[in-house]
Design a protein around this ligand. Structure first.
Ligand code: URA
Length: 294
């Protein structure tokens, strides 16, 4: 075999190259033309700077006068512009919503979270709002983004399978119902973790969502949802399996809340299903207790 044959990587077919890109998380086309971020910058334009000026330290006047170098057009995103303003807008829009339909509309009209600009759909909720239990996950994945519904991909299928043995289903309502949403309404590109600013921008909506649904019990799915909703720094290993209370001045009483593993984590770590089953039984006992006391 020639030396070159041993050292050259095998040529990828277009299908294999595309599959590789998708596996690496590059599964969204967010601009019409590719951006070569490794390309050398275009040579500086001729300007009339005084001789003492350097390119690294142009005078303020020169900064104003020199034409801006060509840059690829990037849609202005509120996350880049004013994250705090995004959260403030969300607070007033969420507080103004008197019904779930109004809240859904307010979320759809909200432009204060950068994720909206790369997502295909707004993913609000699934299940009956009069369900006893409200599940709060992290953010839509690729399938949820496509369908505009939470937990419809592989982890959603596992979630449905986990709920059935404790008598809960998203197709049911009342004491048998499961209502499902996320702390974020838009898919982070490439399924990356959401940023603090993105979570903060959406937080007033999820708080209002909980107030309007007013479930008997809340379940936080996974570390990001649990840490956000409980305002804690510990990971899911420490937070799961215990009862907390969710407070809001607009609720008649605090809502019992429990955190458990995210089904996507259970798909990767099936050995943890045992702990997860304990959390689900815990949830079932709590629901029975609440129902029997009413
Ligand atoms: N993971 C989540 O946290 N939410 C979804 O809707 C889907 C996957």
């Amino acid at each position: 075999m020639a030396e070159n044959d041993r050292t050259m990587p095998p040529a990828l077919s277009p299908e294999a190259a595309l599959r590789w890109l998708i596996e690496m998380g590059a599964d969204e086309a967010i601009a019409d033309a590719p951006i070569d971020r490794f390309a050398a910058p275009a040579p500086a334009q001729q300007t009339t700077h005084p001789p003492t000026e350097t390119a690294a330290h142009p005078s303020p006047a020169a900064s104003r006068a020199a034409p801006a170098p060509a840059r690829p057009a990037v849609a202005a995103s509120p996350d880049l512009v004013a994250p705090a303003q995004g959260a403030a807008d969300a607070s007033s829009a969420a507080a103004a919503a008197k019904t779930l339909d109004e809240l859904r509309e307010a979320v759809g009209a909200f432009e204060g979270c950068a994720l909206k600009f790369t997502a295909m759909n707004t993913v609000f909720s699934d299940g009956h709002p009069d369900s006893a239990v409200m599940f709060v996950g992290e953010a839509p994945g690729v399938e949820e983004d496509r369908q505009g519904k939470p937990f419809v991909g592989a982890s959603g299928k596992l979630l449905d399978q986990m709920l059935a043995p404790i008598g809960l289903a998203r197709g049911e309502h009342g004491d048998k119902g499961a209502y499902i949403s996320n702390i974020l309404f838009w898919r982070p590109p490439g399924n990356r973790s959401p940023t603090t600013a993105e979570i903060a921008a959406c937080m007033p909506f999820i708080q209002r969502h909980i107030e309007l649904v007013s479930p008997k019990v809340l379940v936080y799915l996974g570390g990001t949802a649990a840490k956000t909703m409980l305002d804690r720094k510990e990971g899911i290993m420490r937070l799961r399996g215990k009862w907390y209370e969710h407070y809001s001045s607009r609720l008649d009483a605090p809502i019992p809340a429990i955190a458990t593993f995210h089904p996507a984590y259970l798909l990767r770590q099936p050995g943890q299903k045992r702990e997860s089953w304990c959390d689900l039984l815990n949830l079932r006992f709590k629901l029975n207790e609440i129902t029997n006391n009413n």
